[in-house]
Design a protein around this ligand. Sequence first.
Ligand SMILES: [Zn+2]
Length: 525
Amino acid sequence: MFWADKIAASSQQPELVNDSKTPSGRVHVGSLRGVIIHDVIYRALKRQGKPARFTYGVDDYDPLDTVPRYLDAEKFSPYLGFPLCNVPSPDPTVAPDYAKYYMGEFLQVFDYLGVKAEIYYLRDLYREGKLNYYIDLFLRNAAVIREIYKEVSNAQRPDDWYPFQVICENCGRIATTYVSKYDGERVFYTCREDATDWVKGCGYQGWISPFNGNGKLPWKVEWVAKWDLLGVTIEMSGKDHSQKGGSRDVANAICRKILKKKPPFHSPYEFILVNGTKMSSSKGIGSSAKEMADLLPPEILRFLMLRTQPKTVINFAPNYETITRLFRDYDALLNQYVDLLAKGEISELPPTLLPLYYSQLEDEIKPYYTFELSTIISLLQIPHLDLKAEIEKRCDRPLTDYDWQKINERIDVAKKWLESYADEEEKLVIYFDQIPEKVSLLTDEQKQYLRRLREYLETVNRWEGEELQTALFTVTKEMGISPNVAFPAVYYAFLGKDKGPKAGYLFSYLDKNFVFKRLEEVSSL
Ligand SMILES: [Zn+2]
């Protein structure tokens, strides 16, 4: 069974699926995994006819704890420690404050991916007094919470520590304040100089009401308040929060001990690794969620996130191999669906096709001609070529407007990939006007291969990738030469290097006479 359907199948109550994000800067593509996982669980529940809602919280009362490298440090460092909703917007014409600015960018990606969550902001919950009940409850139970921190995560809090941080009335910071008393109506706090190692407090002290937005609960405690206020029943969390003794364990224990309630269903999900390193939003290595959405069509980006079950790491690097395989894997499922459709065997989707189903933005799979991305990437690099005509020539049926819409999307992907992601090594540079110098490396055996290949290609019926590829192999067998020796000869002759795309396909992109001439020239050197 598909992972999300399994979760949905075990549901026996109306569900509220929740996820959240601190809008501390540009959101990394890694954060999309949680969004898509929760979205797919929500869709799976609905598919099984179970009542469900999907909410997404913006944790904008969290402090700004670092100035991202792409912002002006001088302008933003004075706001370190401020709640994110009180930090100025990087561009006030786009959004009124910092939190809304970065969340706005992320929410555009939600729209793009067809994620229909109900969005709420923590500033509203606090300021409208919706969390007052919990603030009072947890302040009164400070001793129990201190005990839970110690028992569950081995974190020692001083005896006068209260689970609350006030927004300092003097300096506006929330990260630096320490609450040490609660009289049932007001808390006593100190804005401490040594509160954190990344920002200093101003030293102010005073009594203030903790209610109606004057401060916030620490986020592990806040998490529990949110669950109960909203009625959350399903919330997964990243591996980093799900370790034994980690934040989720602390929150679960608070939920059980103080609220005397069962915490929401939870299962940890793994990271997305890019080139083997964890993508973290603070590092920002040029793969923000928005950048990925700019590169990949929405159903392909969803597919990348959901085809791997949550407990398995996703390895993704936008290199040639990974990106062309992603499209190929998607196409294989779509074509499988089309075959079933043609046979009239589609009363119920087989489990193998559910990743395809949940990749769609709506509850309908709309087939299209799956023209290979790798071919488009190659064709785009051949000069003086009528791309549309070449594509049409390679399709075995006439293309509809919708086919063209999807092919044009792929042309955009290929263009962007070539411009922004392709290594020089991955680009196809064909030596049209001159013979590459590297052909001096060819052995006599390799030259013989090219000569025999030239003769054999005369007999090929159609100048088309698959058939040419077969021809290249046939000649190696006939001569008893290894393809590992033979094919580099072809690449040297046309690309000046020892690797390239499938040689048969490479030939199919090129003019037949040019191929013949080059093979003749090189083999007779
Ligand atoms: Zn202060």
